[in-house]
Design a protein around this ligand. Structure first.
Ligand code: BGC
Length: 383
């Protein structure tokens, strides 16, 4: 499968990336942390023979990729400003680490020319950081906005300063994206179509022996643990997970829906609340991401319920812990939110802007379902 080849090719980076996530990644430092790159280069030292094969494959792929992605482009003096909506987010920590690794190791950017800032979940703070990036005259910006609705103002400022912007992960609305095209503004979005991840979650429930109707009462009774509802990923995953069921002719009943803001502790608390309120009636727990699903699992286990026996649980992202849970039968499924392909695409597109090429307004990467059938393969690839 092409996807997993690609992931394997980046295997060493993934090892480092995933171990960073395990540490929490909640740094508040504003510049690219030197340890990050040290960890990346040190990781291969302890490889086994099997991993060494992956290492040399990675080296070959990387050399080809550099040539393909950069051509004659010399990245050594190019400055990049990156702002992440908040460092304390499991998925964005994986993404950020891979983005920095790819820019430096594969594209030849210098670490000291890359500044990565923590938006700390505060749009006013992030907007100040972006103003400072503009004043300091960075060559290109890669932005994961706190609020995607701030894109028009931020885009205008960058455009006035002649700085191209690659938005990632939190998609500005369609009207704004059209404006970039119609006005010839150097701005673009790289992400995934969250409708696909929602649909995949619903399909994972449909693939169970009773299509989610554990108690056989003719309807699937579910709870929904949502991410930040301002974020289109949360909106679409909520809508399309359930739509996959209703489109298949399955009757549904929503017992509980609350925002957990992508956060594990909130996912745990909300699932605990829902289980207290609705107990055995809950057949399916939909979580908009894996961090919240990991929290939901803690609440499910504390309540003495058993996933895949008397309750189903699905998430999105394919954090290693969640994929391991799928393998162990503690989660019904998850969906791989390919941070490796997204980081590569964002960086490659930044280079295209810098080379004066035209860039499409929207650039989407595919999601992949993760179920018991392929969980081991995904885990091996991410390790
Ligand atoms: C991921 C979440 C993450 C969010 C941040 C989503 O695409 O699935 O895990 O918290 O992005 O914006």
């Amino acid at each position: 499968m092409k996807l997993f080849k690609k992931v394997m090719a980046a295997g060493l980076a993934s090892t480092m990336v995933l171990s960073m996530a395990a540490c929490g990644g909640g740094s508040t430092e504003t510049t690219a942390a030197p340890e990050t790159t040290v960890a990346a280069t040190e990781a291969p030292v302890e490889t086994t023979a099997a991993e060494e094969t992956t290492a040399s494959e990675a080296a070959e792929t990387t050399a080809e990729e550099v040539a393909e992605a950069t051509g004659d482009f010399d990245a050594s003096n190019v400055t990049v400003g990156i702002s992440i909506y908040k460092f304390d987010d499991n998925f964005m920590t994986l993404y950020r680490t891979e983005l920095e690794r790819y820019l430096t190791e594969d594209l030849g950017f210098k670490k000291e020319n890359i500044t990565i800032q923590d938006g700390k979940g505060d749009q006013a703070e992030q907007s100040n950081q972006i103003d400072n990036f503009i004043t300091s005259g960075v060559d290109v910006l890669i932005l994961n906005l706190v609020q995607a609705s701030s894109a028009p103002q931020i885009t205008d400022k960058c455009n006035a300063a002649g700085i191209p912007v690659v938005y990632i992960n939190r998609e500005p609305d369609a009207e704004e994206e059209k404006r970039w095209e119609s006005e010839g503004i150097k701005a673009t979005y790289v992400g995934c179509d969250a409708r696909q991840s929602g649909t995949f979650q619903g399909e994972e429930i449909l693939a169970t022996s009773n299509k989610g109707d554990i108690n056989g009462d003719g309807k699937v009774s579910y709870i929904m643990i949502q991410g930040d509802p301002e974020n289109v990923d949360a909106q679409y995953r909520t809508e399309f997970s359930v739509k996959a069921l209703t489109d298949a002719g399955v009757e549904v009943e929503e017992l509980f829906m609350q925002r957990g803001d992508w956060d594990q502790a909130k996912g745990q608390q909300l699932t605990q609340d829902a289980l207290t309120l609705h107990g055995e009636d809950i057949e399916v727990v939909f979580c908009n991401n894996d961090a919240m699903a990991l929290g939901a699992l803690q609440a499910i286990e504390a309540a003495g319920r058993k996933v895949n026996e008397d309750i189903y649980l699905v998430g999105v992202d394919a954090l290693t812990e969640a994929v391991q849970n799928v393998l162990d039968g503690k989660m019904t499924g998850t969906v791989f939110n390919d941070h490796i392909a997204q980081a590569k695409s964002a960086a490659d597109i930044a280079v295209q802007f810098l080379q004066g090429e035209d860039v499409a307004a929207v650039n989407m990467v595919d999601y992949t379902k993760v179920t018991t059938e392929n969980a081991q393969e995904v885990l091996d690839a991410l390790k």
